[in-house]
Design a protein around this ligand. Structure first.
Ligand code: 13P
Ligand code: SF4
Length: 346
């Protein structure tokens, strides 16, 4: 978890900081406007005793100006669990803000854009999970944090991209149900020695991993050909891929891990050129942190949900206290159990 670097200074200091940090990444004319908004957000944040959490996929001007903490899903969930601010503003997508509310029911949790969803979270319902539990009784359910509260409520333990294999190992169960990301589950199955089976199939009774067919609409688009082409053009390219990519892409890459793990890998590597197979904005953010390294990023594939979160919307969110996240108390308590178990186990 990287504590944010920019202390709320004057509007001019904010602009100068962003100009220096994002030189060659964001046009200066754009930064002039964004710095004004960022300054106002930072002022209001103090006035309203709010904390801003920013996911690694936030666009660079936002990422480097307003969050108090930036990170991956696991890191931000931990910060949310410990927060004492009156308001938690989540610059990320709905399931992340919902997770913060589940862990912190007495705080006001705000999501700057009402429509910031996630194709994985939309791929499965609570009833789907109940049906699977009936079909495979007694098999523990591990659910990716990229799901909504009612799905988490049907789950034994949550996981994120940074602890999924560990959680499956620690469950110490021959078979598991791993939902809802087909590719993440296949990548975990390979790491943990499980046999993948699709819902409806007969269990073999040993080391089965029952999976779902949810996919991330961003990561499913990256191909092994993308990697081959980059390596052909730039033979020194080191490839980093998120585990929501297909197993073929993950295996063809040099490193796979959560968004924070990928950032750390690039920071600590001696290599000079990287292909970053994840949301394009994160490539910008890593490039800003590593001016001596080149990031090849595929910006034709964007997460439309993460891109809903803008500085303009965040300012409106703080001014008007919108959009407030609410979770039914019975659902929240059950969902909290699966999140608490994850936090204890990781
Ligand atoms: P991380 O937990 O690795 O940050 O991933 C979240 C996500 O939505 C990736 O697409
Ligand atoms: Fe969901 Fe994929 Fe967007 Fe992450 S990148 S929020 S998994 S749609």
């Amino acid at each position: 978890m990287t504590p944010h670097i920019l202390e709320a200074g004057t509007a001019v200091e904010t602009r100068e900081y962003l100009q220096k940090k994002l030189d060659g990444i964001v046009p200066e004319s754009e930064l002039f406007i964004k710095a004004e908004i960022a300054y106002e957000i930072n002022r209001l944040k103090k006035e309203k005793n709010a904390v801003i959490l920013g996911h690694n996929y936030m666009e660079p001007a936002l990422f480097y100006s307003i969050p108090d903490h930036v990170g991956d899903s696991l890191g931000l969930a931990r910060i949310a669990a410990e927060s004492h601010a009156d308001r938690i503003v989540f610059c990320g997508v709905r399931f992340m803000a919902e997770t913060a509310k589940i862990l912190n029911p007495d705080r006001m949790v705000l999501l700057p854009a009402e429509v910031a969803g996630c194709s994985l979270a939309a791929s499965i319902t609570a009833q789907d999970v109940r049906d699977l539990k009936e079909r495979y009784p007694g098999v523990p359910v591990v659910t990716y944090i990229n799901t909504y509260a009612d799905v988490k409520a049907e789950t034994d333990v949550c996981c994120t991209s940074s602890n999924a294999s560990d959680i499956v190992r620690k469950l110490d169960s021959d078979s598991v149900i791993c939902l809802p990301d087909e590719f993440l589950a296949k990548n975990i199955a390979r790491e943990t020695g499980k046999n993948v089976i699709y819902p409806g199939s007969e269990p073999t009774g040993k080391d089965d991993m029952v999976i779902w067919d949810g996919r991330c609409e961003v990561h499913e688009k990256f191909t092994v050909d993308d990697i081959r082409n980059a390596r052909k053009q730039f033979p020194d390219t080191v490839v980093v891929a998120h585990p929501e990519c297909t197993p073929d892409v993950v295996q063809a890459s040099d490193f796979s891990g959560s968004t924070t793990a990928m950032t750390k890998f690039v920071r600590e590597s001696d290599a000079k050129r990287f292909l970053v197979l994840t949301e394009c904005a994160m490539g910008d953010n890593i490039a800003a942190e590593n001016p001596d390294k080149e990031m090849l990023r595929m910006c034709s594939v964007r997460c439309p949900h993460m891109n809903e979160i803008t500085l303009e919307d965040t300012l409106r969110c703080l001014r008007e206290d919108i959009y407030q996240i609410e979770v039914d108390e019975e659902v929240r308590l059950k969902a909290k159990g699966s999140l608490d178990r994850m936090l204890e186990m990781s």
